[in-house]
Design a protein around this ligand. Sequence first.
Ligand code: 9PG
Length: 509
Amino acid sequence: MQPDASQRESVVLRVGDLRIPAAVARGPVEERPEGLLLPKGPVTLLHPFGTTRFLRHGWHSWSPTGWVDLAKPPVPVYPEYRRPMADDPVYVTSSCHTGSGLGALRAPDGRILLLGALELGAHVQADAEALRGFYEPPVETSQTSALAGGWFLGYGEEGTTLSAYARLLARGLGKRGPTRAPRVWCSWYAFYRDISQDEMLGVLGQVGELKFDVFQVDDGWQRGIGDWEANDRFPSGMEALAERISATGLQPGLWLCPFIVSPRTRLFQQHPEWLLRDSTGRLVEAGHNWGDYYCLDTTVPDVQAWLAGLIRRVTGWGYRYLKLDFLYGAAMPGERHRPMHREQAYREALEIVRDAAGDAYILGCGAPILSSLGVVDGLRIGPDVAPFWDNYDRSELLHDRSGPGARNAIHTSLHRLWLRELVHTDPDVVYFRTRYNLLTTAQKDYLKALALIAGFKATSDPPAWLDPEERTALETFLAAEPAVIQSGPYRFRIDGDEVDFSAVIEPAG
Ligand code: 9PG
């Protein structure tokens, strides 16, 4: 239960050399070397920084993340139907800059004041006067029980403050082991949905000679979003393909979206009662890129059994690496069979998937970030790259920085690197090819450097599309285990080579 406002008290918090008038829930404030632990409940901090910059943390993998200027009000993404694919639809029209789970303000000397939630379902808002944190919803409703959790308030250098927060999250939500992330060949950024068994076997023949760990088949193999069976372009079935992949010494990888359903599927037609609805009984839309599609109510016991069965089936076919996509579908607002907070429902569903997957690798994509920690092995930390730099109309005119493009992907991923201590961070694929590619060498180099910094190496380039020099560059990349040192806010030394991403960041504001 969330304490109501009358249970809050006014205090002056001392964090580092700052004294901040604040309203916090009644309860002990614990002092830590890097900051304070604040009691469970809403927090309002009257900060001294005025119209500064705010680190807004997007809800899921593709949601824009980075420093925004508080002098400029937030503008929602257009068109409206794109909103769940871009960020948390509940806060998208807020007149106040709102981040998911954490938020920070920039002090004049460059230090940051970070307010970070220690549990699920929290949001942080900022304006020129206040930094506010609350667990959703602010009041309890009949259908959604409120959450309340504690907070970390840190003040210091950006890297060390985020790192202190990451350590607390690891303790509360868990983290995956310190293994090296697998090196992945993924079909999406070369063939998109236009894949077939023959084409995949053709590429497998080329990829098998290179030092990849995983050969991952992306969107395009399935009958429908919800009907996770091989379509007619994969006549021998997915199990036979997994066997062929394993026979080359690679781990078979498969893309699927376990929490969303297209109306053009058997699943939708046979089980309309499994779908999430809003308080008026309307189906909750999750997105539109395959035509409209909807969300499963993952609190329905039969849905949970179906989910576990689905994951057991695909791992039973031999897939050892699962790219689970559009995961936010299980965390959308709606009236659930078992009333609980939407992020709790999400985490419970993800845990069912985790149990069913056994020791198969799970890469969460389109995944709510904080509520996936400790359950998945890897997380996509930015939107899709593309063989072009930016889409001005979409990024600027429609205010949608969650769309595909190398620049959006680099921008959001750079601001999520602090998650490296908790999970494998996937900034999406690197391009080595010039074929079908508008990226310049310098732009491709940014992607390559980011992958080395993030520690996750993937590409979609079919080796046959590469000239000898490009192929050598790919081989060098796959073999590299560089020492990475951060030498500035957006500057890194990768085995002695200096990379500066400031030019990617600055113009975005
Ligand atoms: C397959 C792709 C790839 C990719 C994923 C994800 O908002 N949208 O319309 C939207 C469409 C696709 C998308 C992200 C957003 O990409 O990130 O790597 O697997 O699905 O369809």
